[in-house]
Design a protein around this ligand. Structure first.
Ligand SMILES: Nc1ncnc2c1ncn2[C@@H]1O[C@H](COP(=O)(O)OP(=O)(O)OP(=O)(O)O)[C@@H](O)[C@H]1O
Length: 320
């Protein structure tokens, strides 16, 4: 789990929404009264199952679609009204980068840079080379983009977002469709970018990705914000899962139930359940006193999945 925290002494939110709402024309309420606050310097994971409203939120934040209600501020400025002024300070990667397959990686970036009226043409080549280097594509810069793997394309998209220094990076499912190696590369790049001082806001439907990379998270469910805060606080706030390994599972289950353990399940010699508040050592003592032979006893730290399940009463269904 990431241990980094937001930059000390600077609590300004780089993204703030108040009651942000989107109802699509067909009547679908995709985002429902969202109050989001993304601290400067955080790696903020916007987590939710498929269809929970993440992309819709990002599109509203970047001024790509109009909200039906509420307000959004990006870097302290109202959106979409201040888009022209704010968006040059924001790098974005949404729904896969738009690339020309017949051009090399470098030529693609040169085009991106040329489309930016604030970019000095005299320093263009150096900027492009630096961005390629940043994402580890210098060696493949002359290759046509259509020959790139999905991970390389994603990195090229990130390079485009990094041509200028950015205060905020907004990445919509940046590891979607990547193999484990590609995912690792993108995740370590995200960490590096954050270490260099950018705030990174990334959406994901992968719980472990958020746990590995992010300092903060907001959890969405059916268009509503379920919770937000630091990843560490959130996991600490939820009670972990108790597991006991014993050759006497029947007797163990009886004792654990009697001592307030709920949602018990047994698989062979292993039992698991939600422990009651208090010191779990008491449960172990009770088992031993009752003559249960305990081979292993532990409380696994709560994961974000436990938090999600406890707050929504539903499993975290990524296909949902
Ligand atoms: N253009 C649209 N018109 C109507 N409904 C839409 C439109 N775009 C998205 N929706 C619906 O709004 C809800 C939220 O979708 P959204 O794409 O924001 O979710 P998501 O969390 O980003 O999911 P995914 O990861 O699958 O993209 C879904 O029920 C989706 O079907």
């Amino acid at each position: 789990m990431a241990e980094r925290t937001a930059v000390a002494g600077d609590t300004g939110a780089v993204i703030a929404t108040q009651g942000l709402t989107k109802r699509y024309r067909g009547g679908q309420l995709a985002v429902d009264a969202l109050d989001l606050s993304v601290p400067r310097g955080s790696v903020f994971g916007f987590l939710g199952p498929n269809g929970s409203g993440k992309t819709t939120t990002i599109r509203m934040l970047l001024g790509l679609i109009q909200p039906t209600g509420g307000a959004a501020h990006l870097l302290g400025e109202p959106m979409p009204g201040s888009g022209r002024r704010v968006l040059p300070r924001v790098g974005a990667l949404i729904e896969g980068p738009a690339l020309y397959g017949f051009l090399s990686g470098r030529a693609n970036l040169l085009r991106y840079d040329a489309a930016d009226p604030t970019a000095d043409p005299r320093t263009r080549a150096a900027r492009v080379d630096r961005a390629l280097e940043r994402v580890g594509l210098s060696g493949a810069a002359a290759k046509k983009a259509r020959a790139y793997s999905l991970g390389m394309k994603q990195r090229l998209g990130l390079a485009a977002a990094l041509l200028q220094p950015r205060e905020l990076l907004v990445l919509d499912e940046p590891t979607n469709g990547l193999d484990p190696q590609g995912m690792r590369e993108i995740r370590s790049l995200v960490r590096e970018l954050a270490e260099d001082g950018s705030t990174v806001f990334l959406s994901s439907h992968l719980l472990d990705e958020i746990e590995q990379v992010c300092t903060h998270t907001a959890v969405m469910h059916h268009g509503r914000l379920v919770t937000q805060g630091t990843v560490a606080e959130m996991s600490a706030g939820a009670r972990g899962r108790l597991t006991v390994t014993t050759p006497d599972p029947g007797e163990a289950a009886r004792v654990l139930k009697e001592h307030g353990v709920s949602d018990l399940s047994t698989a062979g010699e292993e039992l698991s359940g939600d422990p009651p508040p208090g010191d779990p050592a008491e449960l172990n003592t009770a088992l031993v006193r009752a003559g249960v032979r305990v081979r292993a006893f532990g409380v696994r730290q709560a994961s974000l999945e436990d938090v999600f399940v406890s707050l929504t009463g539903e499993g975290f269904d990524v296909a949902g």
